[in-house]
Design a binder for this molecule. Structure first.
Ligand code: SF4
Ligand code: SF4
Length: 336
């Protein structure tokens, strides 16, 4: 197996495109905040226009369709075909597994690179407590159907205090599912998570005690595993993706963020107005990316300080990496 930290690429960008905020589920950690992101469902013409704002760099841009639940959009298949024509480097649909509007019959594996399913527990008990009754079965059914139709599938597991203990059971669960990639996410304290009664963020000790080992076990089964670095080692360099990479998180009310941690606040860098990408006046997230602080990520310090621990002298015990900095484990040929 080969493990590497995936630095931000200067040559490629990511476009996280929320085409609606509506969803059939109401997960306890959902980051969608309708007060900040609106309730609009973008029509296909608007989706085309907004895609074209980013299409100059399409060949170096990974496009990810998100919601809400993107398959609830009646024209998702059309949107996928338009983005394919525009030549995006890769196209992914993130889904909660319900696969509305017969999406698997309206697109093919040639149209998209990945169909990514969210599952937040190794058992229905934990997953459904987080994501809603019946969602566990729907995800497994959806993966089976998608794999049998030849789609490349991945899985996203968002780790919190609620489900960290079940991550250890995931290597066994995913063994025969036919997924090609497994993404571990760390919970962001925004949207519904920011209103949780109990803290959801896991400690550094719990994170380091579980994530790397489980990731290696999953990779040992021939699956590519990606997880966020979260805590920097003392000798590692801190970089803010907002300064050195191009990530755009587009919401249906036109807000365009470069840092996902900011999404609960009107700190977005751009706004799409009359199909133009308009830079926002100061103060916005870009002004904050430039701040150099001993804690590392400035938004963790300002907006989700639960991650930070200080010594008796008031110095941070560790620095927080950019949430876009990932570790990636490639399975070895032997493991495959
Ligand atoms: S499936 Fe996604 S968008 Fe829907 S409630 Fe859950 S986290 Fe939110
Ligand atoms: S998570 Fe922190 S380091 Fe990364 S883009 Fe946001 S502010 Fe910058």
């Amino acid at each position: 197996m080969q493990k590497q930290t995936v630095a931000f690429s200067r040559d490629s960008s990511n476009l996280f495109f929320h085409i609606l905020t509506r969803c059939n589920l109401s997960c306890t950690h959902c980051y969608i905040n309708k007060d900040q992101h609106g309730t609009r469902t973008l029509d296909i013409r608007t989706i085309e226009s907004w895609l074209s704002l980013f299409s100059e760099k399409a060949s170096s841009t990974n496009l990810i369709y998100l919601g809400g639940e993107p398959t609830l959009h009646p024209d998702l298949a059309l949107a996928v075909k338009v983005s394919k024509k525009l030549g995006f480097k890769s196209i992914t649909i993130d889904t909660n597994g319900y696969l509305f509007h017969d999406i698997l019959d309206r697109i093919s594996n040639d149209d998209i690179d990945y169909l990514s399913f969210s599952l937040d527990g190794a058992t229905p008990g934990i997953n459904d407590a987080v994501r809603g009754k019946g969602s566990y079965d729907k995800v497994l059914e959806g993966i089976e159907k998608a794999v049998s139709k030849g789609f490349s599938c991945s899985m996203i597991y968002t780790v919190s205090e609620q489900n960290l203990h079940e991550l250890k059971r995931m290597p066994e669960l995913v063994r025969n599912l036919g997924i090609k990639r497994f993404f571990i996410q760390v919970i962001g304290i925004r949207g519904a998570s920011s209103k949780a009664e109990h803290p959801l963020q896991v400690s550094r000790k719990a994170w380091l005690g579980t994530i790397p080992e489980t990731a290696e076990k999953i990779a040992g089964q021939g699956i590519i595993v990606t997880y966020p670095k979260v805590f920097l080692d003392p000798d590692e360099i801190f970089e803010c993706a907002g300064n050195v990479a191009e990530n755009f998180f587009v919401f249906p009310n036109g807000r365009v963020y470069q840092c996902p941690i900011c999404e609960d606040f009107p700190l977005h860098s751009y706004e799409i107005r009359q199909n133009r990408l308009v830079p926002m006046p100061r103060l916005n997230e870009k002004d904050l990316f430039a701040l150099n602080i001993p804690e590392g990520c400035v938004m963790n310090k300002l907006l989700q300080s639960q991650n930070l621990v200080y010594d008796t002298g008031g110095r941070p015990e560790h620095r927080i990496a950019c949430c876009m900095l990932k570790e990636e484990i490639m399975p070895s040929r032997m493991a495959l």
